[in-house]
Design a protein around this ligand. Structure first.
Ligand code: DLL
Length: 435
């Protein structure tokens, strides 16, 4: 029998023991940043907190938050808590404005990351028997190399295709017999589309598991990917500032992602007030790393919206679960005072069964009034020359969207395959109001 990669000691640790471990590691991290990183020392002093004040996990709430601008202000290396000579890898995340965020890893950090990425792949049932095609970008982005090191640790056969060159992706998948695919969910659909264009049926490929993340996606999108690629799709979460892929991972239950609490402490806060919210409530996800040496972060505000749930899981893991990310607080569009998330649009389109999962939102302001245009790519079957059929479809989608969003919008149907595709994270919104 093939052994699963499964670190039972930590993944199934009794809660009490896990809380003790978290506290011990938190104390060490707070000491480390206080004495090694001027930014954290200053921020703690401003709040009147010293390392010795951290005596319980509740004391975490006394520590200052860290936000993205703190990272930018300390560009490139000023938040490192280890000398550069101890740093063996740099990653960086670009963001939309200004300088990128630079993250450094010590050898031990890379070791831990490979362990967590391996555990994550274990959640999806990947073993050394698998051939895993890694179509996340390799390079400064953490997706490619992060999953790569985890897959090698498991002993799976790694096919490092990186993103792009869709036809080659499909050829490799078929000819090399890939059994697992790791990429963004939107790119998984691009691969499915390319396969269909090339006339390759899903029973001609061997995929059985998908490890998809790096962008928000919905249950409806999961179903679409699973149907078209014939695999079981798992959600993987992570961010460069905290580590990369492998901060949290979905198990076989597929109703939330277990956070690797032996390495990260998650909190949910009210994004307006900063107050810590109880289990079950939706708010902004905040992470404190408790084993990182190169680039530890204290109460890093992710801007991702989620909720935490502590309940027994049939997989046996004792880690708390975070709900799938429903969007970023900075992705949330406020259109005529109504909060709109791109994921709501995605759900409506996919559940309607008429449209493809490719869509783009264009927000503008005309005569002081916000406007929303939803460009929707229709599926091949729907795109007939029967104009009346299309008009009817436009009407149906508009009606459905307006009732879910609570906002009037314009729907523009677009021919199949006309909206731009991405090999990494999909870009779903153009907000002309900010331009
Ligand atoms: O996206 C790391 C990653 C690579 C995760 C591969 C999973 C797979 P960044 O480029 O720093 O790092 O972007 C982090 O992406 O704050 C979320 O907004 C979003 N994100 C990541 N995973 C998910 C997910 C990588 N599973 C930002 N669901 C995060 C929703 C996700 N959003």
């Amino acid at each position: 029998m093939i052994k699963m990669y499964w670190n039972e000691k930590y993944e199934c640790m009794p809660r009490e023991e896990l809380e003790e471990l978290k506290l011990e590691r938190l104390k060490q991290t707070v000491e480390r940043v206080y004495y090694n990183v001027p930014h954290y020392r200053k921020a703690m002093q401003e709040k009147g907190v010293e390392p010795d004040d951290i005596q319980s996990l509740e004391d975490l709430a006394h520590l200052p938050f860290t936000v993205k601008t703190d990272l930018r202000d300390n560009y490139p290396y000023s938040l490192f808590a280890a000398p550069l000579s101890e740093i063996v890898r740099i990653h960086s995340s670009s963001g939309t404005t200004g300088k990128p965020i630079v993250v450094g890893y010590t050898r031990q950090d890379l070791n831990n990351w490979a362990e967590l990425a391996a555990r994550s792949l274990g959640f999806a049932g990947i073993t050394k028997q698998d051939v895993i095609q890694i179509s996340y970008g390799y390079g400064l982005f953490t997706g490619g190399l992060g999953i790569h090191n985890g897959a090698e640790r498991i002993g799976a056969c790694v096919v490092p295709t990186s993103g792009g060159n869709n036809k080659r992706q499909v050829m490799v998948m078929k000819d090399f017999g890939s059994t697992a695919l790791a990429c963004t969910p939107s790119y998984a659909l691009v691969i499915a589309e390319t396969m269909e264009e090339l006339g390759i049926k899903k029973d001609e490929i061997k995929l059985k598991a998908g490890i998809f993340g790096a962008e928000p996606w919905t249950q409806a999108m999961r179903k679409e990917i699973e149907d078209r690629l014939g695999l079981s799709a798992h959600d993987i979460y992570g961010l460069s500032e905290v580590m990369g892929p492998g901060v949290a991972m979905e198990c076989c239950e597929k109703n939330g992602l277990h956070v690797f609490e032996d390495h990260f402490i998650p909190e949910i806060i009210n994004p307006e007030t900063g107050e810590v919210l109880p289990y079950g409530e939706v708010g902004e996800l905040v992470f404190t790393t408790i084993t990182k040496e190169g680039f530890p972060v204290i109460r890093y505000r992710t801007r991702d919206l989620s909720s935490l749930h502590l309940e027994e899981c049939s997989c046996g893991r004792t880690y708390v679960k975070m709900s799938r990310v429903m969007g970023r607080s900075d992705d949330m569009l406020i259109i005529r005072g109504v909060n709109v998330f791109p994921s709501q649009v995605e759900s409506v389109l996919l559940e309607s069964g008429y449209a493809s999962p490719n869509y783009h939102l264009v927000v503008d302001r005309k005569n002081n009034l916000d406007t929303l245009e939803v460009q929707v790519e229709v599926s091949d079957e729907m795109f007939s020359d029967k104009v009346r059929g299309l008009e009817h479809l436009e009407h149906l989608i508009k009606h459905e969207l307006e009732s879910v969003l609570g906002l009037s919008c314009k729907v523009t149907l677009v021919e199949p395959k006309k909206l731009p595709r991405s090999e990494g994270k999909a870009k779903r919104v153009t907000d002309k109001r900010k331009l």
